[in-house]
Write a protein that binds this ligand. Structure first.
Ligand code: SF4
Length: 236
């Protein structure tokens, strides 16, 4: 399950009054970005390859650990490989490598007093269009991808698995997954997009996020097989 704002310490941790650089907040995931963070891109501190998009309709874990469906897309700093740890956290040195330029959520997050953090997460969040030139043709491709691979469409298809036309539902799901999967390398090549920017432009692959619906896929040659997800029933 994606955790949009899950960076608080566990309730049973010892209360603190100042930062002891334990790194817990940075290890629980990178921040979601807000309007105040846009200058970080202009200064080159953050680049598109450092962030990814959680699209409208994705299920995320809220600050109070409840699950919510995103009503609007958000942009987050990536983790380290498969770990949640923010990509800018240096575990050996126990420090943020962009500390002087850290995003607004990081500056507001004090695990002993979350009032400022709560106020910050309520502020406007940036979206892909805030970071892309309005004349850039990729905006039309992002829009087309949103129309074709909307999470609402995927959700309806998944619901169809329980209905009388489950075979058609499987076909629809696989069609969405394959479209999303194959258009990525194609666009990278045609538009000369760096590999690490693709999850910013088009969100995470549906072959990954399908886990939020309790499903996973196995690749066999050029096609996919749909399977029940056993280890992450509500996504990862
Ligand atoms: S940007 Fe820095 S302070 Fe913020 S989560 Fe990442 S490592 Fe921690």
């Amino acid at each position: 399950m994606i955790k949009a704002n899950h960076r608080m310490p566990a309730p049973n941790e010892v209360p603190r009054t100042d930062c002891i650089r334990c790194g817990t907040c940075c290890k629980k995931g990178g921040p979601t970005l807000h309007a105040e963070d846009t200058p970080l891109f202009e200064k080159g501190i953050l680049e598109k390859q450092h962030v990814y998009t959680l699209r409208k309709g994705e299920v995320v874990r809220n600050i109070d650990e409840t699950l919510v469906v995103l009503e609007q897309e958000i942009i987050k700093i990536k983790g380290q490989a498969e770990a949640w740890t923010c990509m800018f956290y240096n575990d050996d040195q126990r420090r943020c490598t962009i500390y002087d330029h850290r995003p607004v959520e990081c500056r507001a997050l004090k695990c002993w007093d979350i009032r400022e953090f709560k106020e910050v997460i309520a502020r406007p969040r940036i979206q892909r269009s805030d970071l892309i030139n309005s004349n850039d043709g990729i905006l039309r491709l992002i829009d087309a991808h949103e129309q074709r691979c909307a999470y609402k469409t995927l959700e309806l298809a998944v619901k169809g698995l329980e209905g009388p036309d489950s075979e058609k539902a499987v076909e629809k799901i696989l069609d969405l997954l394959q479209y999303d999967h194959y258009m990525r390398p194609l666009l990278m090549e045609k538009l000369d997009l760096p590999y690490h920017t693709i999850d910013f432009f088009f969100g995470r692959p549906l072959t990954t996020t399908i886990r939020m619906f309790g499903l996973c896929v196995k690749e066999e040659g050029d096609s996919f097989i749909l399977l029940p997800e056993v280890s992450h029933p509500a996504g990862a």
